[in-house]
Design a protein around this ligand. Structure first.
Ligand code: SAM
Length: 231
């Protein structure tokens, strides 16, 4: 399968392991991962957020129930909410989320936004599980005649060491345990370069939610909310 599908599969595997009820896909873009997560029966609340209003407007239908969802309704409820806003801003609709995915998001963020992401996700929202993927710069030597970055909108591409230093500093600061892996293996003999994408899974080490000032802030714009049929 294509690399982006392998990344989504890796996120779904993590979700199956932790069985989160409330899941946020941060930087959901074309809502493709949301569409996949809708099939996971243990999820009851699914929220997609992106700063790109246009991408959300043209793909929001993917959050809606399909004909098959009416024919074979779920046992438990599912609401899908699509919001337009930035990972730098706190919106109280994201609170109490069990799992957050940030798939190929961080490399698109300017330094102040990347800095705000740390505080917003790990201090304010405090999901029990956070999954992040980003390109593995160590792997770029395998691309023929390649220089620079894989995409014009990337602000950086980190080596495994850079990503792990960043992830470890977050885990230390906010009491998470982080493990690293990869998605998209290269040809035989290139294992030492890692995989095409690198992935970090952060697990909150203390299960209690550390209380923060309770605020009812909703800066994100509601694009769509849909309730799925149940039995
Ligand atoms: N996660 C999707 C996937 O893997 O298919 C899309 C990844 S795309 C490479 C990066 C996305 O991050 C874009 O849709 C972009 O609009 C979004 N993005 C950029 N800055 C953002 C921000 N500050 N807050 C939320 N999303 C942002």
């Amino acid at each position: 399968p294509r690399l982006y599908r392998q990344r989504y599969d890796a996120v779904v595997d993590i979700a199956r392991k932790y069985q989160p009820k409330k899941v946020v896909d941060m930087g959901c873009s074309e809502c493709k991962l949301l569409r996949k997560l809708k099939n996971e029966s243990y999820i009851e609340e699914l929220i997609g957020v992106d700063i790109d209003n246009l991408a959300l407007e043209s793909n929001q239908h993917l959050g809606q129930p399909l004909i098959s969802d009416y024919l074979y309704p779920r046992d438990n409820p599912l609401s899908v909410i699509i919001l337009c806003g930035s990972v730098a801003d706190y919106d109280s609709r994201l609170s109490n989320c069990d799992m957050m995915a940030c798939v190929e998001l961080i490399e698109h963020l300017d330094p102040p936004v990347l800095e705000a992401l740390r505080e917003n996700i790990f201090h304010r929202i405090q999901p029990n599980v956070v999954v992040m993927t980003t390109p593995n710069a160590d792997f770029n030597v395998l691309f023929k005649d390649f220089q620079g970055l894989r995409h014009w909108d990337h602000r950086f591409e980190w080596t495994r060491q850079q990503f792990q230093e960043w992830g470890n500093s977050i885990a230390d600061q906010y009491n998470y345990i982080v493990t690293y892996s990869g998605v998209g293996a290269g040809p035989d003999g290139t294992q030492h370069l890692g995989q095409c994408s690198q992935m970090a899974v952060f697990i909150k080490s203390c299960k209690e939610r550390i209380p923060i000032v309770s605020e009812n802030r909703m800066p994100y714009l509601l694009i769509q909310e849909s309730i799925h049929p149940i039995k």
